[in-house]
Design a protein around this ligand. Structure first.
Ligand code: HEC
Length: 99
């Protein structure tokens, strides 16, 4: 993904270098629960290398309804539109160990 898109999504996720956000962009505060490369909370799993063990399909299904893949999960079902879902998923898929 492009560096500009990555910075935008990092702003939503609220982990990493937080950029000044235009209005109407959600701040999803994923970082309240998740750590990415040393920043963020530890309520949920560390996402630094999440793409090493979760597929695109799993990640999308989980965002649409966390309970569907992870029964009993306390992760909220975020009201993401399709663009946000696609971009957030692309960002998750970029989080993997370099090969
Ligand atoms: C209230 C805490 C909370 C918030 C906020 C939250 N999550 Fe989660 N998340 C969890 C918990 C707990 C799990 C583990 C259970 C599950 O799979 O749902 C999880 C699991 C995940 C997983 C799967 C990780 C793995 O290795 O299996 C991903 C990806 C994820 N979250 C991304 C996000 C993103 C992106 C956001 C922001 C849009 C977010 N989460 C916001 C609590 C949270």
């Amino acid at each position: 993904m492009s560096p500009a898109l990555k910075r935008r999504v990092q702003g939503w996720v609220n982990v990493g270098p937080v950029q000044p956000l235009p209005v109407n962009v959600p701040i999803l505060k994923c970082g309240g629960c998740h750590r990415i490369h040393g920043e963020g909370g530890a309520v949920g799993p560390d996402l630094s290398y999440v793409a090493d063990h979760r597929s695109k399909e799993w990640i999308i299904k989980h965002f649409r309804d966390p309970q569907s893949t992870s029964p009993g999960s306390i992760m909220p079902k975020f009201p993401l539109d399709e663009t946000q879902l696609t971009e957030l998923t692309a960002y998750m898929l970029s989080l993997k160990k370099a090969v």
